[in-house]
Design a protein around this ligand. Structure first.
Ligand code: BES
Ligand code: MN
Ligand code: ZN
Length: 498
């Protein structure tokens, strides 16, 4: 997809389709939309008067221009009530419009960014949001061989009206990188387990690193054994696929003392192990490396944007399988930190591999940690598929992560870490256990990870609910969403460090 920013008026612009916006309860078109309406003999305003166009959120009305203006079609997009309008709502609405345009075979799409809603957003953010909406909203993924090649939108013309072209251009450039990186995370999440093994995930990481000249180190089974990562190795034991520990480094601010650690859960398939999962929807467990995907996506963007920050990414990757080599419930393992763990449940594998990865990130010198993981079904019970659960041992760090998420339009909700929950990870025969049975499941996971984060400011993002959707909605397409990719990028750019 190519993007071009121009100041050419949409009245004279030849394209397959122009997107115009309209808000609910307004009987008038504003700005350029009004000019287009005039050229089209007031057909749009007539439809508004007749209430066929209401401007309700996500409403899409397609009109043919029949030569009244050079553009072939006008798509009127409803943005809902103006007082409810935010840049996130606009991003999701534009995604709906872009999908509609793609479905009817539009190759060249024009959008207008103007000062119409200047109180709500600035030109940089608007440019970024529009590009993200189109690139994320028209994402497709499949292995079909017999279907006609899907018609894809090829060119986007971002026409600027009355606001800074330079600012919009800057936003567009950012938007392309943010969206491409999130779509990369989606590709990784959607790729089935036979095509996305730990070794293949490591190859992808190498590609990203090579493209941006990031430092990368892939540790194999032997090296992981030498480091005594007993928890990580225990999970990988049941699989014929070799575990990989992917470490990537970006140092863009050598004078800072802060080094941010991004830790991503990279279980390329989670069968549950001996305590095997129920059969229904088990295929979705190919997406159990969505945390790793978000981290890799973010590293891709960081490589392009070169923010003033230091980042170390640590991705433990393996399969959780069933075999004669698999761990048993009740097994005791020695972690990289030295702490012993009783494996009460073989399906609580994410926290085991993350425990060693978090300790290793600290060993490499990170001063702040964010881990991203499809950790618990329980977070879906608590927050559904709309919000990512965030847990933290440090209010200031939690605030930075939450701010980055808010700026990216990715919703997060903080759940508690509290000493009263400590008993949930206490084992009778080891230092910790990985499951306490029913109750506060998402918190149990977080409490376990917290024991390994120790005093290092840490935030845990449980994306089990947000990383996979069974229905297309706004910018998110059914399947892997690439959740938290944009938030991690924003965190690297905005916080950076001290
Ligand atoms: N990968 C799953 C969590 C998950 C569930 C992700 C649904 C996406 C959708 C994780 O490894 C898991 O199995 N968690 C268990 C832990 C339990 C056995 C303590 C869970 O949440 O049920
Ligand atoms: Mn599991
Ligand atoms: Zn899992």
């Amino acid at each position: 997809m190519q993007f071009k920013v121009s100041t050419e008026s949409i009245i004279t612009l030849a394209s397959d389709c122009i997107i115009l916006t309209h808000t609910e309860d307004k009987d008038m078109l504003l700005g350029l939309a009004q000019q287009v309406d005039e050229q089209m003999d007031h057909r749009i305003s007539q439809l508004i008067a007749e209430k066929e166009i209401k401007g309700t959120y996500g409403e899409v009305t397609l009109l043919h221009t029949w030569g009244k203006i050079p553009a072939k079609r006008v798509l009127v997009l409803g943005l809902g009530k103006e007082e409810k309008l935010t840049i996130d709502r606009a991003r999701n609405a534009y995604a709906i419009a872009a999908r509609k345009a793609q479905s009817i075979g539009v190759r060249e799409l024009a959008v207008v960014v103007s000062q119409k809603y200047k109180a709500i957003w600035n030109p940089v953010d608007l440019g970024q949001a529009v590009v993200e909406a189109i690139q994320l909203g028209t994402y497709t993924f499949n292995y079909k061989t017999k279907e006609k090649p899907q018609q894809k939108i090829e060119r986007i013309l971002v026409t600027v009206d009355g606001i800074s072209v330079k600012a919009v251009e800057a936003g567009v450039e950012r938007g392309i990188i943010f969206a491409e990186s999130q779509n990369l995370a989606r590709d990784l999440g959607n790729t089935p387990a036979n095509k996305m093994t730990p070794s293949l995930l490591a190859d992808k990481a190498k590609e990203v690193a090579k493209k941006h000249r990031l430092e990368i180190n892939i540790l194999d089974k032997k090296q992981i054994q030498e480091l005594n990562m007993g928890a990580f190795l225990a999970v990988s034991k049941g699989s014929d696929e070799e575990p990989k520990l992917i470490v990537m480094k970006y140092f863009g601010a050598p004078e800072y003392k802060d080094v941010i650690g991004f830790v991503g859960k990279g279980i390329t398939f989670d069968s549950g192990g001996i305590q095997i999962k129920p059969d229904k929807d088990m295929d979705e467990m190919k997406g159990d490396m969505a945390g790793a995907a978000a981290v890799l996506g973010a590293m891709n963007a960081i490589g392009s944007l070169e923010p003033h920050a230091n980042i170390i990414a640590v991705i433990p990757s393996c399969e959780n399988m069933v075999s004669g080599h698999a761990i048993h419930p009740g097994d005791i393992v020695e972690t990289f930190s030295g702490k012993t763990v009783e494996i009460k449940h073989t399906d609580a594998e994410g926290r085991l591999i993350l425990a060693d990865a978090i300790s290793y990130a600290k060993h490499l010198g990170v001063t702040k940690i964010v881990d991203v993981a499809t950790l618990t079904g329980s977070v879906i019970s608590a927050l559904g598929h709309h919000m990512t659960g965030i847990f933290s041992n440090d209010p200031d760090w939690a605030k930075e992560v939450k701010t980055a998420a808010n700026l990216s339009g990715e919703k997060v909700w903080e759940l508690p870490i509290d000493d009263d929950y400590e008993e949930l990870v206490e084992s009778e025969i080891a230092d910790l256990k990985n499951d306490a049975g029913f109750g506060a499941g998402a918190i149990q996971g977080a409490m376990f990870l917290k024991a390994f984060a120790g005093d290092t400011p840490w935030a845990h993002l449980d994306i089990a609910g947000t990383s996979w959707l069974s229905e297309t909605k706004g910018v998110n397409i059914k399947g892997a969403t690439g959740a938290m990719t944009r938030s991690l990028i924003a965190l690297a750019i905005r916080f950076g460090g001290n």
